[in-house]
Design a protein around this ligand. Structure first.
Ligand code: URA
Length: 239
């Protein structure tokens, strides 16, 4: 079914529906070479804004955000600042959700998508997609921490122990630097597993999901669309 011009422009990134309406009314939008001033016009041809052709917007959102510390993965304005505030408005309008939330105090790689099947594949514990975290910890950690992560830890309030996880202890100057790999995503999981082994997470950053690394050139607060090759890398170890 053809879509209204204002809705189409909003999806294409021209601000809110109201912004798109104003844009059309200002006479800056043409379809197949003819200026359109009615926002309710159906999109049936090539759209041009200010003389520049506009690519048809995607039907869905597949994106990553470099989440900075301090932002909540929530849509509740009471919890502001929200990750949503760092993303184009069209993401919310299309119903994009987070594939595996990060705590407010955690930074790093966050997948945002309208693709429910992708969210399921990335987050369901049975799929075993590995998420890698770098953490700075205040110790001391129990001497058997590595073995306990491997065996699974029964965290307070959970019905089952955690799936086998890895912790590599990299450096112990001041804080303890570790790399943790999880195959599931429970509430505050890294923080709770570290606490169960006697430590306290001071800093936590997710830098890899599946075979996909947070790009070095994506600054905190920055986002970008994912192409099919990137999605395949995210899902590298998902059956
Ligand atoms: N584990 C945590 O404790 N917090 C996160 O945000 C992600 C994993």
């Amino acid at each position: 079914m053809p879509e209204r011009l204002d809705a189409w422009l909003a999806r294409a990134g021209f601000g809110s529906r109201r912004d798109a309406k104003a844009l059309v009314k200002s006479g800056r939008v043409a379809m197949d070479g003819r200026t359109q001033s009615d926002p309710a016009t159906s999109v049936t041809g090539k759209i041009v804004v200010d003389g520049e052709p506009v690519e048809a917007p995607p039907d869905g959102i597949w994106a990553i955000l470099h989440k900075p510390v301090g932002y909540a993965c929530s849509h509740d304005p009471a919890e502001s600042p929200l990750v949503d505030e760092l993303l184009p408005e069209v993401f919310r309008r299309l119903g994009a959700e987070f594939a595996g939330r990060l705590d407010r105090e955690t930074s790093g790689l966050l997948v945002v998508t309208t693709d429910g099947a992708l969210i399921q594949r990335l987050t369901h514990p049975k799929r075993h997609v590995t998420k890698r975290y770098r953490a700075a910890i205040e110790g001391p950690l129990a001497p058997d921490t590595v073995a306990r992560f491997r065996a699974g830890i029964h965290l307070e309030g959970d019905d089952t122990p955690t799936l086998p996880a890895d912790i590599d202890i990299r450096a112990e100057s001041g804080s303890i630097e570790v790399v943790v790999r999880l195959r599931e995503g429970r509430y505050h999981q890294v923080r709770r597993m570290v606490a169960a082994c006697g430590g306290k997470v001071l800093k936590l950053h997710r830098d890899r999901i599946g075979g996909f690394d947070l790009p070095d050139d994506l600054a905190p607060g920055g986002w970008r669309h994912l192409d099919e090759e990137a999605i395949a890398r995210l899902l590298k170890d998902a059956p």
